[in-house]
Design a protein around this ligand. Structure first.
Ligand SMILES: *Cc1c(COP(=O)(O)O)cnc(C)c1O
Length: 234
């Protein structure tokens, strides 16, 4: 099968993104090995996801439960599937089955629904708490000032383990505009660790256009879609 039939060379894109991630890590005195690239595959065909996996990607992000279920069933390789889209409670059961990590928990009831299913499967679902750091009403996520209460509640829920925080920076051609939001998430994680004793090892922040700023502020899980797969179909 010829690569780049549509002008997108996924292996080259992965190499380029990894190179930029490594440089951003080094600029802030961190090791590139501490960073994980999540290739965001919403609306991307399974065949292209396979190309990314062949190029060494081990973490795939999806926004929709059905789409992820279909693709995961076609994928032989051992990769981790991340739920990064808004999750409705009526999809929590299926999400708990399909995803290795759910990054978008923003309510206690959602965490409980995920946990019930995980327990039924004899598992514990790793989850991140999504925080709305920009205050934009269109974004999901708990308000920063409500994150501690939610973290404490989710910690008590059986079947889930909180492993970090996630945010989406505001979209702006000037990526510096999102820096205060990334900084807020990193500071919030440190504060919550101190206050609750819960270890928050993952800071999921940064997308194709702003991951370098996010890494400078402490991101260790970056979610890159178009930067890996090219423009998404409309
Ligand atoms: C689509 C999406 C991404 C990837 O966006 P790109 O701009 O294509 O890199 C990252 N995070 C979330 C939550 C998304 O929905």
């Amino acid at each position: 099968m010829s690569k780049a039939q549509d002008g997108v060379d996924i292996a080259a894109n992965v190499a380029r993104i990894r190179e930029r991630m490594a440089r951003a890590a080094e600029r802030s005195g961190r090791s590139p090995d501490d960073l994980t690239l999540v290739a965001v595959a919403k609306l991307v065909a399974a065949e292209k996801v396979r190309e990314a996996i062949a190029a060494g990607v081990r973490d795939i992000g999806e926004n929709y439960v059905q789409e992820a279920a279909a693709k995961r069933a076609q994928m032989g390789a051992a990769v981790r599937w991340h739920m990064i889209g808004h999750l409705q409670r009526n999809k929590a059961r299926q999400a708990a089955e399909i995803f290795d990590i759910i990054q978008t928990v923003d309510s206690e009831r959602l965490a409980q629904a995920i946990g019930r299913q995980a327990e039924a499967l004899g598992r514990v679902s790793p989850v991140l708490i999504q925080v709305n750091t920009s205050g934009e009403p269109t974004k999901s996520g708990v308000r920063p000032e409500d994150a501690e209460e939610l973290l404490i509640a989710v910690r008590e829920a059986p079947g889930v383990a909180v492993e970090g925080l996630m945010t989406i920076g505001r979209w702006d051609p000037d990526t510096e505009r999102a820096r205060p939001e990334f900084r807020l998430l990193a500071e919030l994680a440190r504060k919550l660790e101190d206050r609750t004793g819960v270890r928050l090892r993952w800071l999921s922040m940064g997308m194709s256009h702003d991951f370098e700023v996010a890494i400078a502020e402490g991101a260790n899980l970056v979610r890159v879609g178009t930067g890996v797969f090219g423009p998404r179909p409309a």
